[in-house]
Design a protein around this ligand. Sequence first.
Ligand SMILES: NC(=O)C1=CN([C@@H]2O[C@H](COP(=O)(O)OP(=O)(O)OC[C@H]3O[C@@H](n4cnc5c(N)ncnc54)[C@H](OP(=O)(O)O)[C@@H]3O)[C@@H](O)[C@H]2O)C=CC1
Ligand SMILES: CC(C)(CO)C(=O)C(=O)O
Length: 363
Amino acid sequence: MRVAVLGGGHGCYAAAVEMSEMGHEVWFWRRDAEAFGPVLETGAIRVKDHKGTREVVIAHPTTSLEEAISQAEVVIIPLPATTHENLAEACAPYWKDGQVVFLPPGTLGSLVFAQAARAAGNRADVSFAETGTLPYLVRKHGPAEIVISVYATRLPTGVFPARNAARAIALLQQVYPAVEPIEDALSGGLMNAGPIIHPPLILMNAGPLEHFPAWDIHNEGTQPSIRAVTSALDAERMALREALGYGAPHFPLADHYHAGPQDGEEWMYGYAAHEKLTDSGDWREKIDLQSHRYMVEDTRLGLSMITSIARWAGHEAPLASGLLAMASAITGRDLYAEGRTLERLGIAQLDRAAMTAYLREGI
Ligand SMILES: NC(=O)C1=CN([C@@H]2O[C@H](COP(=O)(O)OP(=O)(O)OC[C@H]3O[C@@H](n4cnc5c(N)ncnc54)[C@H](OP(=O)(O)O)[C@@H]3O)[C@@H](O)[C@H]2O)C=CC1
Ligand SMILES: CC(C)(CO)C(=O)C(=O)O
């Protein structure tokens, strides 16, 4: 299949590698041409994973966004949600009928991309799909070198508009067999694990993060009282999903910590993912609480999304809104006002029936 991967992050390099190794013809676009230099020059990325270390050839690294999008049947955008508004505007003129765009993970980015296309006057019938996490645990180890610690085994995915779901999911399963269909994009947004795992980890580890030169929030930073808050926040997310009529499995974050089938269900990254992550040492880092994506993406956009959906549904989400208030105090910003809210998406006035129709039929 002809696949485009957009972006220059850890996950984008991993997607370009995996898609190429699966035999797809890949157009790989990155904004920063200088940083992209080594891949543009050699046409290859070095990858290390459970199968060993190797060079993977990428068919078409390109600095032309138009070229990448116009060639592709499926476009994968594995970028932080902080990039969505800007990138959605840049992509808007280029979408074509029938294309499927995959946002792993989403934070309701599917609505942002669809709205930007309409605002630019593009009426193409494009499907925007979003899932609960990145299909990889991955970090760059050089300008054209990545280490993939884990590949996702389950990717619950909702499509906007949901009327296109059957075709979109069938195409996506050709690139990611782990994709599992769920109801719609709002259900997809409420699968995102980032806003559940990261805000308690960074806010409750704020002292050591600011004091020590490096700190692993997943190792020494994951202690019983922090896990208790994460589980309570996740319970809010799952109760909200239930209140909105979305079915199980809700992919409880607690399952992420399962070492094997003896512990219970398999989560999105399969069993023992937490151990593989901490063993890799790649998550021992300096996290700046003002600028890191755990704050500006998962907390600002992710927790504001959950808080806003809860308000809209007349539901309580005290931990989501409380953690967001703490984060606003730390950053000195109003993170709800800056957030990915239904108000800012222009759909907070819809009642339940109108929201269902919007999610199904699109704009
Ligand atoms: N990495 C991981 O293991 C995991 C990540 N996730 C999630 O997956 C997503 C991707 O994470 P990750 O790969 O780590 O992200 P990165 O932090 O590595 O992505 C940063 C990249 O975003 C690009 N970017 C920034 N702004 C724009 C823009 N306006 N237009 C185009 N590109 C832009 C930059 O590209 P450039 O340098 O070219 O400007 C930069 O390289 C996030 O949502 C994250 O929360 C979830 C689980 C695990
Ligand atoms: C690995 C994981 C799940 C936890 O931090 C992640 O989301 C990330 O690194 O962004």
